[in-house]
Design a protein. Structure first.
Length: 253
């Protein structure tokens, strides 16, 4: 059983650094968050929490209080199934107890499992497409790729979010007349019409493996999703979910 609790001791923050390094293999000069910053955030009321399976740390999350009464979840990493959901549900309870009704974070729009988790399991919604937000990254997972990100908002008291927090399954509806604006055909991105009321935007099955085995194709997906999904969002269209573990569902506002 996964237990999530806030972290307050230096030794706990050191374990978080080790966990994050095991996941991303950042260079020593570029950790996602430093021990000193975790210490400060914990002391001044920010969010620093760990997920434990017995005595073993299997996940951690670090968040900052942001303008507008928002908690920004800066980095979350897990090494065990189920830990990610338990961390986010703990984060939701933590925020609501402090009168915070929105949590934001960024994630790579090409990573299917993260899109499904964030949109379908949590009910978060992308708000802005951010091209190359962190520059070109050099950790083991993202090395050599441009760091496009979706700024995503989690409305904690929205009815669909409350239902998902109760573990009620909810499928993302896809109209029969939805057009495929970006398809995955044989592993390659292929563009289609984007003028329908609802359009679907595919992402690759496993972009992290693709970066290692076919960097050129990974880059083609990056540019295609940036231009199609990013372009649609720049026009004011709204991402309303992630369907079939494969498609962003995008509707006209």
């Amino acid at each position: 059983m996964i237990e999530v609790r806030e972290l307050r001791e230096t030794a706990e923050f050191q374990r978080v650094n080790t966990l994050f390094d095991d996941i991303w293999h950042f260079s020593p000069a570029e950790p996602p968050v430093t021990l000193e910053l975790m210490r400060v955030l914990s002391h001044i009321g920010g969010y620093v929490a760990g997920a434990f399976d017995g005595d073993r740390l299997v996940g951690a999350s670090v968040g900052l209080l942001a303008a507008g009464g928002v908690l920004h979840s800066h980095v979350t990493g897990v090494t065990a199934g189920g830990a990610g959901l338990e961390l986010k549900l703990h984060q939701r309870r933590w925020a609501l107890e402090r009168g915070i009704d929105r949590v934001t974070w960024t994630y790579d729009p090409l990573v299917r499992r993260n899109a499904h988790f964030n949109l379908a399991k949590l009910g978060a919604r992308p708000q802005e497409y951010l091209p190359c937000f962190y520059g070109v990254m050099e950790d083991a997972i993202n090395r050599g790729d441009e760091s496009d990100r979706l700024l995503t908002v989690w409305p904690l008291t929205a009815p669909h979010v409350e239902a998902l927090a109760r573990r009620e399954a909810r499928a993302t509806p896809v109209p029969r007349d939805a057009a495929v604006a970006l398809a995955d055909e044989g592993g390659r991105p292929v563009r289609g019409p984007a003028d329908a009321e609802t359009v679907l935007v595919a992402v690759p099955a496993d972009v992290e493996s693709l970066r290692r085995t076919d960097p050129g194709l990974a880059k083609a997906w990056r540019l295609a999703v940036r231009e199609v999904l990013g372009g649609l969002m720049a026009e004011g269209r709204q991402v309303t979910g992630f369907a079939g573990r494969s498609w962003y569902v995008v509707r006209k506002a």
